[in-house]
Design a protein around this ligand. Sequence first.
Ligand code: NDP
Length: 328
Amino acid sequence: MTTPVTVTVTGAAGQIGYALLFRIASGQLLGPDTPVRLRLLEITPAVQAAEGVALELEDCAFPLLAGTDITDDVAAAFDGTNVALLVGARPRTAGMERGDLLEANGGIFGPQGKAINDGAADDVRVLVVGNPANTNAYIAKSHAPDVPADRFTAMTRLDHNRALSQLATKTGAAVSDIARLAIWGNHSATQYPDLTHATIAGRPALEVVSDDAWVADDFIPTVAKRGAAIIAARGASSAASAANAAIDHVHTWTHGTPEGDWTSAGVVSDGSYGVPEGLISSFPVTSSGGAWQIVQGLEVDAFSRERIDASVAELVEERDAVASLGLV
Ligand code: NDP
């Protein structure tokens, strides 16, 4: 058997963790030939619940699962880790100001970034799921000066997948016929799901849709507010679809995007499309050789420009807020 890849999951006893761990252990994250060792990080009061999940993992007798370690120690959690899925975050509670939320998350993602810097494997890849995901990834990256910045990413794949499904439903197309859809900006209600370059079976998606009002009044708000719709219907936030998107993100990162298509991910901006360098913003991206590349040379029309700018402005505000709080 090849050496197992160490995958660390934080907030492992939470809802997303529960939907994620079994899929990782079954081989869906890294492929059917790659054994994994799971490292579960939890806060002390949730360690016992994580131990329960570990018992269930054991009972699945996954052939690819080389072992499961549980810890509440940040340094131990990231020691030698190859893939870090940062899911646990401080949820916003009633009456909490944005500064309080950012400060609480700075206390989580700063030390995690430092522990990754100090102990993770040289090839470490980090996906932040816990919200505010882009800025949490920015905080973690800022505490890891020795890790290449492009190893820190934030999840917008769920937004991308939601957009694919909405477009498929509207047009009657198969999801597999849709290509080149993009999510820009922040994983928040300001995100911009962009159909201007999308194709359906090779035809421009906007030509197939042929309904400008649907794009602005229905498609974009439905994708951006889908999380709230799920809470309203289910009485709990999306967990399985978020876990699925995390699996998709890492699988694409390590296995690449198909020729002629791209996906969406929150990656470190190199200044492309006027997004300030260093921000972790969603872009259309391809993946090859285990690295993301921002798709270059796309025409950005006035409608797209306005929406990208609005979402990026929110990221700039969050960056400035964490800087003024001394979190980066
Ligand atoms: P979930 O597992 O449901 O969610 C975890 C995080 O993922 C939240 O920040 C949530 O954001 C975020 N998220 C991102 N995208 C989505 C999406 N599309 N749908 C839903 N959530 C999304 O939370 P639980 O409360 O069930 O579990 C969190 C666990 O994390 C707990 O077990 C807790 O003990 C642990 N924790 C661990 C920490 C650590 O390891 N240091 C620190 C803090 C908590 P949002 O809040 O916006 O829903």
